[in-house]
Design a protein around this ligand. Structure first.
Ligand SMILES: [Zn+2]
Ligand SMILES: [Zn+2]
Length: 258
């Protein structure tokens, strides 16, 4: 059995069709497309500060493009969305999503108390550590909100913040325990895996300890990045004795042995 799914990928810089074609060429069995909610014209006014990654899409245009890509490529393509979790805006953002035929919804923390942490730099250890702790508060709130099937890239803060707190393993374990309790998956993200594998390893350890459902997604923004870290992720999960990966259809979880 192989790791033959990818449940985090974007279409704005190419197209659903080109992403599905690349997935098929890579031998994937199922592709989960998950464009950012801030790329959707209906929801964009709530998230104007997020930098656009391509032309705005309407929800119906995006959904039709995903369906057409599946048909044209004869591939099992699932309809997802990556949603910014911002506590005070969550209800308003979610109101745009109701009644649409999602297969899976990804909750992502990109913003902390008004700041996009992937664009920030921290002034030393005290500020950096405090940011990590606040990040995990928000990730746990996203888990508990009940809106999401999976929480993406839960160590992404490492991309700009090297001040790992001494309690990082405890924070990861608490997140993993709450994800298990709420039946929400945590994501092993391809970008993170390639960029700071040692921190991803600590996330996987926490998931093993708490038997947390795992999702695997590349976070590809262009076709060439589909399944970008699957080999490394496969090795890491096997070493950690994790044998199943979670995917979704119409928001119903499925686990497969890889
Ligand atoms: Zn993200
Ligand atoms: Zn993403």
């Amino acid at each position: 059995m192989a790791l033959d799914t990818d449940f985090h990928s974007h279409v704005s810089r190419s197209s659903a069709q080109r992403m599905a074609q690349a997935a098929q060429e890579q031998g994937l069995r199922v592709l989960g497309l998950s464009e950012h909610v801030f790329q959707m014209s209906e929801a964009h006014s709530l998230l104007e500060h997020m930098g656009l990654e391509g032309p705005l899409l309407r929800f119906d245009t995006y959904i039709a493009a995903v369906r057409n890509a599946a048909e044209e490529q004869q591939l099992d393509v699932r309809l997802g969305l990556e949603i910014d979790f911002i506590p005070e805006k969550n209800e308003a953002i979610q109101s745009f999503l109701k009644g649409k035929p999602w297969d899976f919804l990804i909750g992502s923390v990109h913003e902390i108390d008004g700041g996009l942490f992937e664009r920030e730099h921290y002034q030393g250890k005290a500020e950096g550590e405090a940011r990590w702790l606040r990040y995990y508060q928000l990730l746990r709130a996203a888990v508990k909100s009940g809106y999401f099937d999976v929480i993406s890239h839960p160590v992404r803060m490492r991309s700009t913040n090297p001040y790992l707190p001494a309690t990082l393993d405890e924070e990861l374990e608490q997140l993993a325990a709450e994800a298990t309790q709420h039946d929400v998956a945590l994501e092993i993200n391809g970008y993170d895996m390639l960029t700071y594998p040692n921190v991803v390893r600590r996330l996987v350890k926490a998931c093993t300890l708490h038997r947390t459902p795992i999702s695997v997604g590349s976070d590809a923004h262009i076709p060439a990045r589909i399944a970008q870290a699957h080999q490394q992720t496969n090795t890491l999960l096997r070493v950690a004795q994790i044998k199943t990966v979670r995917i979704w259809k119409q928001r119903v979880p499925e686990e497969y042995v890889f």
